[in-house]
Design a protein around this ligand. Structure first.
Ligand code: BTN
Length: 280
């Protein structure tokens, strides 16, 4: 009889559970009510469907999704080996500030991953992706329900590739996507990662102090993997090459095209793609 091979990442393979996530939690709002499911279409969709009966900070975590969604209506591959979570934020935020949820979430998730893995080279690709070296290891999707100029609810979805096998990423995605386990042997449970993300989110999302808000934006800029690099910018219709000069105080991207013209790009409908093999 052949012996079963031990799992390479035993802690990361542990099942998700409310008790285990809660044992690492240090929050007052986020995760105070929670659900863990094995399979779901999309955790963001679940919250949007049940919004009227859910509490502020409600968090749903899934082992896998069969209809995971990303920015600009894209699919987000969500097989076993990842962590897929969504959080409900109830509050009347002025819609002018809508990007701040994504920016603050990106800083929190990046810091949570760094803290757990010890990896230094984890950064943020404008506007909502977490990268390790040149691979996307996590995507963030903040969706808002807006009424009368105010954002009444935000649904913050986060998908992290923890030990997701390479074969899960097909086509163009195989060049872009990676997993934390591609970069480190450090083994941690996804329950701990989920709690670390919530703990860090609570430190960034609710900040109102101006200096502290500036520090978060500075962390976002300092962690950028695209400032100073050439990227492809696409608005769904056309793709052009540009150099990223910086990120302004509204988290907009300041770019220079090959003809010398400069432009400030709001997050809206634009996406960026790193050009490989070129130094930062
Ligand atoms: C992106 O890469 O464009 C954002 C991806 C966001 C994926 C997460 S996984 C949990 C939540 N549920 C979803 O359907 N999407 C988000």
């Amino acid at each position: 009889m052949t012996e079963k091979k031990p799992k390479a990442y035993p802690a990361a393979s542990l099942p998700l559970s409310i008790a285990a996530v809660s044992s690492y939690l240090d929050t007052t709002v986020l995760g105070s009510t929670m659900a863990v499911v094995n399979t779901i279409d999309s955790t963001n969709k679940y919250i949007k469907k049940n919004i009227s009966v859910l509490d502020d900070g409600f968090t749903i975590v899934a082992e896998k999704q069969f209809s995971g969604r990303g920015r600009l209506g894209r699919t987000f591959e969500s097989p076993e080996g990842g962590l897929y979570m969504s959080i409900l934020l109830i509050g009347r935020e002025l819609i002018e500030n809508v990007d701040s949820v994504t920016v603050r979430a990106a800083v929190a998730v990046k810091n949570a991953i760094k803290e757990l893995t010890g990896l230094e080279n984890v950064g943020i690709k404008w506007v909502n992706d977490i990268y390790c070296e040149d691979k996307k290891i996590c995507g963030i999707l903040a969706e808002r329900i807006v009424r009368k100029g105010y954002c009444d609810f935000s649904v913050l979805g986060i998908g992290v590739n923890v030990t997701t096998p390479k074969k899960a990423f097909e086509g163009e995605l195989s060049e872009i996507a990676g997993s934390i386990s591609d970069f480190t042997k450090v083994d941690f449970s996804r329950n701990e990662l989920c709690a670390a993300i919530l703990n860090h989110l609570e430190k960034t999302l609710f900040v109102t102090d101006k200096d502290e808000s500036t520090r978060i934006l500075d962390d976002y800029r300092d962690s950028s993997v695209i400032i100073g690099r050439d990227v492809y910018i696409s608005n769904g219709e056309k793709t052009v090459r540009a150099k990223v000069l910086g990120i302004d105080d509204l988290a907009s991207l300041y770019v220079q095209y090959e003809d010398g013209l400069t432009e400030i790009l709001r997050t809206g409908e634009v996406s960026t793609k790193l050009i490989k093999g070129e130094d930062k």
